[in-house]
Design a protein around this ligand. Structure first.
Ligand code: C2E
Ligand code: MG
Ligand code: MG
Ligand code: MG
Length: 294
């Protein structure tokens, strides 16, 4: 094969762009198959109180178990799922699996909360009604009180589609669920902006926690977020706590909740069950629970 032969094929696309497009198309095909074959699983990361590390809830984090490539983290396929609309069936699967696992923990007497990440795409452009229907259906199916289900939506998502998100979030709130603003601090929203949404929890983005002990401006930013959150009577959760020093600092600033590798990595459901058994005393709330423990 002569060296220059293929060149005319690349008149419009560089070899690199062609490769990227091919990769993307292949990834999309594999993702479609993954949805049909349900090649996903959820890991759960505990959310704890910073004063005594007691587990108040978990965040559900999706993983894709590809037969060929192994475990693929969400950052590598959620954006594509959002672009292609595949996030809708994936999001449905996430909600149902999360509630199945929550149901089993509640049945064992661990009355924790479940925080689920939701994409804007699941809520806007007419999807809001089907989302709320789905939630009603699933809560009923698994006999779970809406107050235990929490919805996480990123700050940047709120900024993109303000009006549509507002309506969707109000419906979610009317259902009795709490709404978290995820990755807070990265989206440049203002105080007044935040006030217009029916949210109850702010999650301080990991990037600030990472640097706050070395970087004064990040420390100041965290202080400001905590003060602002408190003045709006919101709860604060710090993400990505990896050291005792970070935990102590956040606690001293008045942040009440956190999650991170220091406390626990995201775990498969059976490992989370073991963690709950070690850390929590089950509460016996009804006869069904009593029977299981007698
Ligand atoms: P997120 O919602 O901000 O989730 C927190 C991410 O930080 C998770 O990454 C978690 O594993 C990671 N993390 C937690 N503690 C630590 C720590 O101490 N150190 C470090 N280095 N990382 C920590 P993960 O699981 O890879 O998820 C990435 C993002 O993907 C999530 O960010 C969320 O935006 C998105 N995502 C995950 N699951 C879902 C889902 O079911 N639906 C949607 N729409 N998005 C999801
Ligand atoms: Mg999250
Ligand atoms: Mg986050
Ligand atoms: Mg994040």
């Amino acid at each position: 094969k002569a060296k220059g032969d293929g060149r005319s094929n690349y008149r419009y696309f560089s070899p690199e762009m062609n490769a990227n497009m091919l990769e993307r198309i292949q990834l999309e095909q594999r993702l479609r198959r993954a949805v049909l074959q349900k090649e996903f699983c959820l890991n759960y990361q505990p959310i704890v109180t910073l004063n005594d590390h007691s587990v108040i809830g978990v965040e559900a984090l999706i993983r894709w178990q590809d037969p060929k490539f192994g475990l693929i983290p969400p950052d590598q396929f959620i954006p594509l799922a959002e672009e292609t609309g595949l996030i809708e069936p994936i999001g449905e699967w996430v909600l149902e699996q999360a509630l199945i696992d929550l149901h089993s923990w509640h049945n064992k007497g661990y009355m924790i909360n479940m925080a689920v990440n939701v994409s804007g795409r699941q809520l806007i452009n007419g999807n809001q009604i089907s989302f709320n229907r789905l939630i009603s259906k699933l809560l009923k199916k698994y006999g779970i009180d809406a107050k235990y289900l929490h919805i996480e939506i990123t700050e940047s998502m709120l900024m993109e589609d303000r009006e549509q998100c507002l309506h969707a979030l109000e419906a979610i709130r009317d259902h009795g669920m709490d709404i978290y603003i995820d990755d807070f601090g990265t989206g440049y929203s203002s105080l007044s902006y935040l006030k217009s949404f029916p949210i109850s929890v702010i999650k301080i983005d990991k990037s600030f926690v990472d640097n706050m002990l070395e970087c004064q401006s990040d420390a100041n930013l965290i202080k400001a977020i905590i003060m602002m959150g408190k003045s709006l009577e919101l709860k604060l959760v710090a993400e990505g706590i990896e050291t005792e020093e970070q935990l102590a600092f956040l606690h001293s600033l008045g942040c009440d909740f956190g999650q991170g590798y220091l406390i626990s990595r995201p775990l498969p459901s059976y490992e989370l069950t073991n963690l709950l058994i070690q850390r929590l005393t089950p509460t016996l709330t009804d006869e069904q629970n009593l029977e299981e423990y007698l």
